[in-house]
Ligand binder design. Sequence first.
Ligand code: ARG
Length: 267
Amino acid sequence: MRTYRKLLARSTAVGAVALAAVSLQPGPAQAAPDPAGSVHTQVVGGTKADQGEFPFMVRLSMGCGGALYAKDIVLTAAHCVDGSGPNTSITATAGVADLEDSHAVKVKSTQVLQAPGYQGKGKDWALIKLAKPVDQPTLKIAQDDKLNSGDFTIAGWGADKEGGDQQRYLLKATVPFVDDATCQKAYGDQLTPGDEICAGKMDTGGVDTCQGDSGGPMFRKDDAGQWLQVGIVSWGDGCARPGKPGVYSEVSTFAADIKKAADGLGG
Ligand code: ARG
């Protein structure tokens, strides 16, 4: 399943259409495929973000999203990377909503740290150390579960519908929190409730992250009105289907581990 997800993330970047059918369904979700599920997606039901609206957003060259945890460290999903160690193969594009904007800042990776113990279920986070700092604001991560509810913002350059193309312009949308019990009804044992937080419109669907959004942040305002990251795009059964919320790594669960890992990267 882990391999499968990696393939999905990459394939989306390269040929969303050809690979779309496969990429939609991460691991266990495929056990009970829905016919519509054989297609794929990205930020579905969203609108274009303004330049500078989410300055911490990063596009990664393997076809994933990410957020600046530090000026030279990107927080993304474990399933977007191959493992841990020196790695100069990833390019991060930052500072732009339009990936073709001439002001885009492109920086190479130097190291990757995949969540210790990641085996394709839960623990879907990773850090990418950049060759030099990016001059953009970082995104704070949730340290506890106090704000793991309400409405969340999602953003990414992934597909705008199942089987859709990757996007040139950053898309954004708002999705409501879905509690663990409800999410478990949708996904059963595929869900790892302590590691994952769900969001989406259960009754109507229509708004969700999708293929190519993986690794990007799900965030909301904190009590001081500052953006706070509560999730990392991880998986879902198709995209934006009614009754099938998006599943995100629960950042507060991993906050201490992420900090420790970042410290180890000199972050
Ligand atoms: N695994 C996908 C990726 O690699 C993300 C899928 C998110 N799906 C969802 N329905 N929210 O891009």
